[in-house]
Design a protein around this ligand. Structure first.
Ligand SMILES: [Zn+2]
Length: 340
């Protein structure tokens, strides 16, 4: 602390389709408090902004702070983000968010502090690179296995952003002319490994009459979709369909991630995301195993590690957006931007 200055505290908000997670972070990256609320399913951007504010206020109250006393706030949001303008362009899984909205500006006025906006996966990978499983490495690939499959790349200690869209490992083509992907193309890794794609496949199989516990577990837990927890439950009960779809996802992850490693030769692969975090270490080992036959230098595989920050990684990474970069973990960009 400098000459009696108040400790600088940063706020981070992870905005998801089902929940909003807030954390407060000190300058050393320690989590001081956290709060979690349900994402409003009605009311569109104004309702969601109100809840973002409320969740942050709740986390701040626990350490006797007002939101206006924070040094800055970051928001990680799903979908396409313009980080410079602070605009969330569109977010398919946020109810009612179908047009660009100046999220950072509106929230900044509400909070009376600077607000920074980033893509949810990008900020979560950044959090693990700076404070989690990625700390020992100068180069790494983050693979965020969830509803879709996102990612992030660090080279020589710096985040590689390309022209703005680098790290989209979910759209590595693992089978030409293969399964239809959410991006509209075919054969992407996400079309096999993304939780949304696996759920579509499972529903079709169940409609054909294939036996599975996936949907009875879903109903039993009061869910309307196959969450990561439901997949884990079904695997624990040795559900044949769940095992088959997860095995297929892992084969495709193995091929796609190993191909990326062949190109970049990174020291480590960090597996995160809802499904990656929930399934945990045994499945990280299975992904490493599935990569092996595709590695060009198999005698020197990268370390494959589970994200250390888990569920809080997105909110911690969002808070880091508001904090000046340390340890040279800064951004490296290509020469032009994809979406000027
Ligand atoms: Zn795709």
């Amino acid at each position: 602390m400098r000459g009696g200055d108040k400790k600088r505290v940063f706020g981070g908000l992870d905005l998801g389709g089902t929940k909003i997670q807030a954390v407060l972070l000190d300058e050393q990256g320690n989590v001081l408090s956290q709060a979690r609320r349900v994402t409003p399913q009605k009311g569109g951007p104004p309702a969601i902004l109100e809840e973002l504010f409320g969740t942050l206020q709740e986390a701040a109250r626990m350490v006797k702070l007002k939101p206006s006393e924070l040094a800055g706030v970051g928001v990680g949001a799903p979908g396409a983000v313009d980080p410079v303008a602070g605009v969330l362009l569109h977010a398919g899984n946020l109810p009612g968010w179908d047009a660009p909205h100046p999220l950072a500006e509106v929230l900044s006025k509400k909070l009376n502090v600077p607000v920074f906006l980033g893509n949810d996966v990008q900020v979560a990978v950044a959090a693990d690179a700076r404070l989690g499983a990625g700390r020992p490495y100068q180069s790494l690939l983050g693979v965020w296995w969830g509803t879709g499959v996102g990612g992030g790349i660090y080279l020589a200690g710096r985040r590689w952003m390309g022209r703005g869209a680098a790290g989209e490992i979910g759209h590595m083509v693992v089978r030409r002319g293969g399964a239809r992907c959410s991006c509209g193309r075919r054969g992407c890794m996400e079309a096999y490994a993304g939780r949304a794609a696996m759920e579509r496949r499972a529903r079709k199989a169940a409609e054909r009459g294939e036996k599975t516990k996936l949907f009875s577990l879903m109903e039993k837990h009061g869910k309307d979709r196959l969450s990561s927890g439901i997949w884990l439950q079904a695997l624990k009960q040795e559900d044949g369909l769940a095992e088959r779809l997860i095995a297929r996802a892992i084969r495709m992850l193995g091929a796609g991630v190993a191909s990326a490693v062949n190109l970049l030769d990174v020291e480590a692969v960090i597996i995160g995301g809802g499904l990656g975090t929930r399934l945990g270490q045994p499945y990280v080992e299975r992904i490493a195993e599935a990569m092996r036959p595709h590695l060009f230098v198999p005698q020197r595989p990268p370390d494959v590690r589970l994200s250390e920050l888990g569920d809080l990684g997105g909110a911690i990474g969002a808070a880091l957006l508001a904090q000046p970069s340390r340890e040279g973990r800064s951004e490296a960009r290509g020469s032009t931007r994809a979406h000027p």
